[in-house]
Design a protein around this ligand. Sequence first.
Ligand code: ADP
Ligand code: ADP
Ligand code: MG
Length: 245
Amino acid sequence: QEKINHLRNVNRISVTGSHVPKLILEFNELKTNYQVPENLLNNMKNSGYMYPTPIQMQAMPIMLEGRQILACAPTGSGKTAAFLLPIIHSLRGPQKKGFRAVILSPTRELAKQTYRECLRLSDGCDFRIHIISKVNQALTKYGPTSSQKFDILITTPKRLVFLLNQDPPAISLNNVEWLIVDEADKLFEEGIRGFREQLDEITRACVNANLRRGMFSATNTPAVSKWCRRNMKGLITVTVGQRNA
Ligand code: ADP
Ligand code: ADP
Ligand code: MG
């Protein structure tokens, strides 16, 4: 334990929460500790990822153990792969059960970047990954009968709420296991209460009892951490690069 604390300190990782999984220093540990298959490790290597960044060291094990997380780490520190790899592994291939992971991005541009990284990191897995681009198209595409073949959804929140609010809803989130809010600080500041309501609507549509949430953010804002402490059971927080408690 002392050694683990030391490794967190040198990597400027601070954690709160109970039974925080130990951090990894090399991607290979994902294979020994969490049975992450070789092809997923290769997908990271092929992206030029040789060693995990600090947020990846700690967030990957947390999510692979199925724990809910609030992660704060600077822009450019690899948060995208930190949540994508555990999701890709935990979904274990396409299942035709409809969307099982939803990633909310604040802008369409960021959604596209996340989509491209998801394609790279899941290469060879045959997942159906979708990004809501045109709402009109989506109305027919994700309907109750045709949406079963999809696995991962990446979208801005407004579009998703628009589809959920159709009568009948134009998309089903019944089988969602992971709901990720990327750039949570931006989403929470925009429109003050607007995003919180959208997130509530989206969460209500995720009726799976196994739903777990992850919030990823560049800054540690009080609004986000307060919301997480209130709403996320067994929460672990990970903060990289600052020394406040
Ligand atoms: P953030 O979301 O924290 O702002 P990104 O996930 O967008 O950061 O990653 C920033 C850049 O770092 C991207 O170009 C990404 O491909 C790269 N990157 C991510 N993880 C690693 C890693 N382990 N090693 C090297 N580069 C990485
Ligand atoms: P953008 O980046 O384009 O602003 P958003 O997801 O923030 O994407 O907002 C798009 C929203 O605009 C949709 O969720 C919906 O509320 C509205 N919208 C877009 N297209 C249509 C449409 N064809 N009919 C009705 N509303 C639409
Ligand atoms: Mg990011």
